[in-house]
Design a protein around this ligand. Sequence first.
Ligand code: NAD
Ligand code: UFG
Length: 335
Amino acid sequence: MNILLTGGLGFIGSHTAVVLAEQGYQVVLVDNLCNSEIETHANLELITGKEMPFHELDIRHTTALVRILKEYQVDAVIHFAGLKSVAESSTEPLKYYDNNVGGTISLLEAMKACDIYHFIFSSSATVYGVPQYLPYDEDHPLVPMNTYGKTKLQAEEILQDVARSDSRWSIAALRYFNPAGAHESGLIGELPKGVPNNLMPYVCQVASGKLPYLNIFGDDYDTKDGTGERDYIHVMDLAEGHVAALRFIEKNIGFYPINLGTGISCSVYELINAFEKSANCTIVKKVQSRRSGDLPIYFACADKAKDLLAWHAKRDLQSMCDSSWKFQANLAKNL
Ligand code: NAD
Ligand code: UFG
């Protein structure tokens, strides 16, 4: 089977490319490199020992997408390409709607023109908003609190309408919780441009000396130790979840929103403690006031993924910290 990955050189796309290639799928990558590096392509071919065609392309360029879908006789698309900064989405909403919603429409149009109806979408736990109960299951109300989350929800709504309009469509919207970790080789990992927004890449850069200290955004929440709690999921588990979803949509038509999380809630301090063991260091930290828009705690109900996809996360927090640190240390060596 030939699979097109949009945003294939990004954090989650690159790890999914490895697992797909290892399982015998032919992988084609497109990415406009707005948040990734071309070197990742060579590393993917190094890890897998396989050729992986790559095209530098913006997914809003529908006619170019059609050419690629035809050239490689693509059977299914996994759509990772998107912008993901919650903060930037509130200052640049048009950029986010254009890229995340407009980009998805362009891709669906190109697929339809080529009679391709198998689609996996990178959605996010952020579509749920303030928890009315926990863990979030897929029936939880969808009230995102920020523009980024709204773009993901709008894309999901479009996908649901598209699936209703034509019974050939088979679509999974995978709602990721907090991806972390890296491939065991240390060759690919999370490579944000600029100062990281997310906890794990920030901790990595403090450990390597690139940043002076970690801001703890609030230690006065009503949580196990006062810091925010999240459901961190190893990016390799997430990657395997996509392969399971691909197998599922090969056999089932319709639209399926599915959480990909562990069901385990972990605090900022717990993550730092685990990381300090991995990197054998002490993370310098400063407690700050709460970050605007942050929720105290949320985590996944992972039952639907288990039932429909026969998938569950296998790797633990220590393995996320070990692999993240291995990738960061490799980066520092190569500077
Ligand atoms: P990432 O930024 O590392 O990867 C996204 C890739 O898409 C980048 O390589 C970027 O260059 C590319 N891209 C963006 N817009 C594009 C466009 N118009 N055309 C072509 N390429 C484009 O992000 P990631 O962490 O790998 O996330 C992948 C997807 O998962 C995103 O859609 C993101 O919103 C979603 N998601 C991520 C997280 C997370 O915390 N990492 C959580 C939930 C959902
Ligand atoms: N945190 C810090 N210091 C930092 C960064 C984060 O204390 O420098 C804390 C946050 O306050 C929060 C926790 O660490 O309690 C996790 O924060 P992240 O920024 O790593 O992740 P978020 O849960 O805020 O959001 C992430 C992605 C979203 C995605 C969501 C899905 O940024 O795009 O996970 O669950 F939608």
